[in-house]
Design a protein around this ligand. Structure first.
Ligand SMILES: Nc1ncnc2c1ncn2[C@@H]1O[C@H](COP(=O)(O)OP(=O)(O)O)[C@@H](O)[C@H]1O
Ligand SMILES: [Mg+2]
Length: 510
């Protein structure tokens, strides 16, 4: 007695179909699952047996073999419980098999037969639709996520008996299930972090606006308590709103990582990730036996904030270089090679010295020159180079807090950023880059035309501060963004002058 049931799994961030064949034989009781299952899949045997008997259905107490194809990809997770159970019941003839090939099943089974949510529902729903399946049978707790994708009939289920009733044609989910959902879907984006909360710090805010407008990486240097963390936290709020495609990409990543809260369908806010400096390279970049996304992917289309940058071990920072260049990470394992998207804005904060008060007007620094040198040189030149904008964030005095007038809101700043970004979209139409920060050398030649006086200023700055060729191109890109915010076609002296100011660490070191 043989039955075939289709299910799904996720590889990287994309779902794919898995065919499960269940064969029932006679003889001594045994239950084997073959086709590269991992531990959680092998444990399905115990859950499936208990779920079927506790649902008052009849289990097959002889030989059971379940085979999963394609056999060359390692299967992980607990989402195969439901399709395996249905395979057994179909092979026994307890459910009607006639509509099975139009359906895909996914879901974990509890011992009492209820169906539990799975990770990666959005990716799997897309895969089911791409395979032209008519029905998707899945855990009701995943409904919000699955309902994002139109074009496939959703059958959200609570328990195994419901699935049997659906297959036998005596139950379908009622309208009320989907109607309740629409209330949940209006997840409003609340502006919890507004730049208007930050008093003063006009230079830092300006730098934040430029960084957002051109997609530039940003480094803030200043004493403790000067508001660096506060400023960084407000960066996602001045970036343009996400488009549908970006939302789906982010939601896929969060969904396979198990970070979607129940009832949430699509992530509509740009992510802000702030990993601690004790994070391992695998935690940052992604990893594991079957690779999972790391912080760089969780920050996709958003901001990755590294607070206390010099505290991060060098090998951890080194792994950032590939995603910063390519916008994705590739993780190679003996069994597979996977890649996850990781296009983020890197923002970092650091103190100027170990005690934190070097150059502070109100408190003297207690470090000696050697300590300061050691501290600052923990950040390698190549990494420092990758921050297009480096600014100092001074500490405000108590008086400044009361006297400063109310500042611009994030919404006002965002509207300027959006205009600048739209210009860039037109500029880079049909090319591989999306914003000024990603320009290659060809684009630089074409789009960064300077006035002669500007050229001369840049030449002098390179000479005086001994700037690297990389620093030179970084300044040009930032100047391009400043000119864009200004609505200017050509880069002029003022734009360049401001851009040179944003290389504060190098101009000091040099
Ligand atoms: N410019 C500012 N406007 C309003 N509050 C500020 C400002 N700067 C600092 N603060 C206050 O000081 C606290 C510490 O700021 P934080 O961002 O953690 O500093 P840092 O990260 O530089 O050490 C903030 O939570 C905020 O309450
Ligand atoms: Mg801080």
């Amino acid at each position: 007695m043989l039955a075939k049931v289709e299910s799904m799994a996720v590889n990287g961030i994309d779902g794919y179909l898995v065919l499960i064949e269940v064969d029932l034989g006679g003889g001594m009781p045994s239950f084997d699952i073959v086709g590269l299952p991992d531990m959680a899949v092998r444990e399905a045997r115990d859950r499936v047996r208990a779920a079927i008997t506790n649902s008052k259905l009849e289990f097959h107490f002889h030989r059971i073999t379940a085979n999963m194809a394609p056999a060359n990809i390692k299967k992980e997770g607990s989402g195969f419980d439901l399709p395996i159970a249905i395979g057994i019941l179909a092979a026994k003839g307890d459910v009607k098999p006639d509509k099975l090939q139009e359906m895909v099943f996914v879901g974990e089974l509890a011992l009492d037969g209820s169906v539990r949510p799975v990770n990666g529902m959005l990716s799997m729903t897309l895969a089911a639709r791409a395979a032209n399946k008519k029905y998707l049978v899945f855990p009701i707790a995943n409904l919000a996520e699955a309902s994002v994708i139109p074009g496939i009939e959703l059958i959200p289920v609570e328990n195994l008996l419901q699935v049997c009733d659906f297959l036998n044609g005596i139950w379908t989910p009622g309208h009320e299930v989907f109607e309740n959902l629409s209330i949940n879907q209006v997840a409003v984006t609340t502006e919890a972090y507004d730049l208007a909360d930050v008093k003063g710090q006009e230079q830092a805010k300006r730098a934040l606006e430029i960084a957002a407008a051109g997609g530039h990486n940003l480094l803030m240097i200043g004493p403790p308590g000067s508001g660096k963390t506060m400023l960084a936290r407000r960066l996602p709020g001045i970036l343009p709103p996400l488009c549908q495609e970006e939302s789906i990409e982010i939601t896929k990543i969060y969904s396979i990582s198990g970070l979607m809260s129940q009832g949430h369908s699509l992530i509509q806010q740009r992510p802000f990730r702030s990993p601690h400096h004790t994070t391992s390279p695998a935690g940052l970049i992604g990893g594991g036996r079957i690779p999972h996304p790391g912080e760089v992917s969780l920050a996709h289309h958003g901001v990755l904030f590294l607070d206390e940058l010099p505290e991060f071990p060098r090998e951890v920072l080194e792994v950032l270089r590939q995603p910063l260049e390519d916008g994705k990470v590739t993780i190679a394992r003996a069994a597979m090679c996977l890649s996850f998207p990781a296009r983020f804005m890197l923002t970092a904060a650091m103190n100027p010295c170990p005690c934190g008060f070097l150059g502070d007007p109100y408190k003297s620094c207690s470090c000696n020159p050697l300590q300061i040198h050691r501290y600052q040189s923990r950040i390698s030149g190549p990494l420092l180079d990758r921050f297009d904008i480096q600014i100092e964030v001074p500490r405000l005095q108590e008086i400044d807090f009361d006297s400063t007038p109310t500042a611009e809101t994030s919404a006002v700043i965002r509207s300027r950023v959006e205009i600048a970004r739209r210009n860039q979209q037109q500029r880079f139409e049909g090319r591989s880059c999306f914003c000024n920060a990603q320009m290659g050398s060809k684009d630089l030649k074409e789009f960064c035309k300077m006035e002669p006086s500007g050229k001369e200023l840049l030449r002098q700055a390179v000479q005086r501060y001994n700037l690297s060729a990389r620093a030179y191109t970084r300044i040009l890109k930032v100047a391009r963004t400043i000119a864009d915010l200004d609505g200017a076609v050509e880069i002029d002296l003022e734009h360049l002058g401001e851009a040179i100011q944003y290389r504060s660490l190098e101009t000091k070191r040099g």
